[in-house]
Structures are given as C-alpha cells and as structure tokens.
Design a protein around this ligand. Structure first.
Ligand code: FMN
Length: 415
C-alpha cells in the first residue's frame, strides 16, 4: 500500500512502522511505565456517543473555526513532535508545508532536528514555535528572539515534563539521545533499508541545528544532542512564566495543563491560550486523559481564552467530540507524523486530508453543518450524567427540544 491509498490513520501508521527501525518507531509509539495513559487516551474518546440531529440541510459543510482571530481551514492542527527529522530527513519543513497548504497551524518542536529559521521560511507566517525552556535562561531568551525574528507569532510553552519521563520501551531498546547506532540496532535497521539509505545518503544522523548554535563550536551531531540533554528538560515555575511573558510580545500558549486552578493561574499570568494535554501519554502514566479534564479547564477560564486539546486523536470524530466538549481547537501529534514518515510532505497532507474527510462526513451525519456550532447538545450523556438523566431530552416536534446534554466525564466539574 502507498500513502496515497491509505484510508485511515491506522494505514499510515502501518506504513510508518514498515519504514522505520523498531527502535525509532517505538520512540513514537511509546508511553511511559505501564503505558496505561496511552491506552486511556484512545479509550476516552470511545466512551462518547454522538447524538445526531436529522432533516438538517447538510448539503454544504463548513469545518472552519476561528482561533486567535484567524480563520483556520480545519478545526485541528499539528502538535509538536521532537526529533521528527530523525524519522525522515526534512520532516519538520514537510509538516510545515503540508499544514500551510491545508490552512492549519503546525507547531514546531523545540526539540526539532531542523533549524527553526529554515522551517519558518518553508511556511512563512503559519508556524507556531514550541519552547522547551533551557536550564540556561540566556538560551531560552535567544530562542524566543530567534522565533520572533522569524515572524513567528505563537509561542507554546510545554510544562508537563520537568524531568525526563520513564519511557520503558525506549530504555529496553537502548534508545539514547543522541542516537547511537549500536550493532544490534544497525542489524534491525537493515530490515528497513528506506530509512537507512536516506540517512547514509544525507551524510549520517542529523544534528539538532537550532541548538547547534549554543553547543561548543565545532560540536558533532552527537555532541549537540548531548548538550541539548544538559539543558532540557528543565524545571519551570510560575516565576519563569512571568519572565517569559515579559519577553514574548506574541501569543503565549501553555501546553500540558490539566488542573483548572493551573489554568486560572496561567490566564492571570497573561497566558493567551491553553492546550490541555498529557503529551500523548508520554509524560506521566497516571495522568488523566485530556478529554476528561477539558470541561473543567474550559469552565475555569474566560470564554475569550482559547482552550485547546491534544492526546489520543486517531479519527476525525475524536476531533469533533473534543469540540463538542468545549475545545476551541484540537491538535494531533502522531497522525501527521505517521504520514510524513510514510511519504514525506504528501504523506503529511494525506493524514490531514483523512482527518478532514472524517470531520466533513461527521458534520453531515450528525446534522451540524458548521464545526463552529459543535456543542454538548450533540453528545449522549454517559457515566454519572446518564444515571442522573438516563433519557436524553429529545422531543420530535418541538424546535426548542434540542437535547441539553451534559456529558462531562465523571469527576469533572460542570460548567
Ligand atoms: C515522537 C513524539 C515527540 C514529541 N515531542 C514533543 C515535544 O517536543 N514537545 C511537546 O510539547 N510535545 C511533544 N510530543 C507530544 C505531542 O506534542 C502531543 O502532545 C501528542 O503527540 C498528542 O498525542 P497524539 O500523538 O495521540 O496525537 C511528542 C509526541 C511524540 C509522539
């Protein structure tokens, strides 16, 4: 199968698995410790049922939503994934171009292999930059300066891994940063010649070009990677957030928050938007799935503050469900990554197109022709809510009888 023939994200995942040595595919797939969070993310979406409205004119559908004053062509964008350029040379620029062509945002990871200026130039005016704040504040300050100088307007600060998480699959595989091609790894890699040929042709393993600037002069790719590890992860506090806010004049978005009090405090500190996320299950195993905590975070901050979500999206309907629960926007990490690994920019575009098509069909099939109109009224109550109100309040003849359904997950605060 080729990426162009993929009919769903699972197909692209199978293609990515075939292309990559296992040690690298597992870097994408792995969660932490027992990987319960990973399983919980996908299962959480499956708990929801969409309650459709029929006899609605859905001949034309509009998936666009407005975020930070800008109309995006789809209600989702691409989350930051570090080391994408290790999985396919040039992956960050490919993702950026595919996102720009589709009219959606792409967040460039602070742990990218590419040079941030090059990726910004590949898709001018569209990329967001994600900061892994360095232990040395002068590096963070310089990264921010470089992002602003590249025309980037949105800075995303990830806060959910102050220390390096325990990713047991990677530990067992012997994955290290920088990647060392030990004989056992090389032997397995030979079974995936596409990846290895590309890297040999390109001169071997790439360097973290954004970070090369801060490593000792003349550092090898391995030494730059090792230098990065001395700086990140780093512990960040509310005090550091104030400092960052004072440095960055553009939109400041905080990623990884799940507690409503943290969300409130972030807004009070001048943050412009929040991405509710558990890092795709890669940070801390007992974390809730963001779909469980989204309603409480949404309720905690003013309606004018965008609340976004990522983690666990494999279908367009997952994106629809998140919007129904109050997300202003949704990001997806692995899905476009599978696409770009499978077939470069065309593969990333294919991943976006698959999700967009599933959203379009969902909007028609649920009787909500505009993504901007998605709301809880389209969700069947479940869990505690279903017990309180077992029958959705649907009456066939009254226009005002749209079900007023409250589908917050058990334990989540209601708005
Ligand atoms: C390979 C990989 C690398 C990632 N690197 C980063 C990163 O550098 N910074 C960050 O904030 N999140 C990172 N994430 C998390 C994603 O931004 C996002 O939160 C997660 O992938 C969403 O879950 P999903 O993959 O199920 O869509 C990474 C995820 C993956 C799979």
């Amino acid at each position: 199968m080729r990426a162009a023939d993929a009919i769903n994200i699972a197909d692209l995942k199978a293609l990515a698995r075939r292309r990559l040595p296992r040690i690298l595919f597992d870097v994408i797939e792995s969660g932490v410790e027992d990987e319960r969070g990973l399983a919980r993310n996908e299962a959480a979406f499956r708990d929801f049922r969409i309650l459709p409205r029929y006899l609605v004119d859905v001949r034309t559908r509009d998936p666009r939503v407005t975020l930070f004053g800008r109309r995006y062509a789809q209600p989702f964008g691409i989350a930051p994934t570090g080391f994408a350029g290790l999985f396919r040379r040039g992956a960050d620029a490919m993702l950026a171009r595919a996102a720009a062509a589709a009219g959606v945002p792409f967040i460039l990871s602070g742990a990218c292999v590419a040079k941030l200026e090059d990726v910004a130039a590949a898709a001018p005016g569209t990329i967001w930059y994600h900061l892994y704040a360095a232990k040395d504040p002068r590096i963070s300050e310089d990264l921010i300066r470089r992002a602003a100088a590249s025309g980037i307007e949105h800075l995303v600060l990830t806060v959910d891994n102050p220390v390096y998480p325990k990713r047991e699959r990677d530990m067992r595989n012997g994955f290290s940063q920088p990647l060392k091609l030990r004989p056992s790894v090389l032997a397995e890699a030979l079974l995936h010649p596409g990846w290895i040929i590309e890297y040999l042709r390109g001169g071997g393993l790439p360097s973290m070009e954004t970070w090369a600037h801060y490593a000792p002069q003349g550092a090898t790719p391995g030494e730059v990677g090792a230098f990065f590890r001395t700086q990140s992860p780093s512990v960040q506090t509310w005090h550091d957030l104030d400092w960052l806010r004072s440095l960055w004049a553009g939109r400041l978005i905080i990623k990884g928050i799940q507690h409503p009090d943290d969300a409130r405090q972030a807004v009070a500190a001048g943050v412009d938007g929040i991405i509710v996320s558990n890092h795709g299950g890669k940070a801390f195993d007992p974390l809730p799935s963001p779909i469980e905590t989204l309603p409480a975070v949404r309720a905690a901050v003013p309606p004018s503050t965008p609340v976004m979500l990522d983690s666990g999206v494999t279908r367009g309907t997952d994106i629809v469900i998140a919007h129904c629960l109050g997300a202003d926007f949704v990001f997806t990490g692995r899905a476009p990554l599978y696409g770009v690994i499978a077939d470069g920019e065309a593969g990333a575009a294919r991943a976006i197109a698959i999700l967009a098509d599933e959203i379009d069909r969902a909007l028609a099939l649920m009787g909500c022709p505009e993504a901007a109109e998605l709301s809880r009224a389209f969700l069947l109550p479940h869990g505690d809510d279903a017990r309180r109100d077992p029958a959705p309040r649907v009456a066939a003849h009254r226009e005002d009888a749209r079900p007023t359904v409250h589908a917050a997950r058990p334990g989540a605060k209601e708005d």
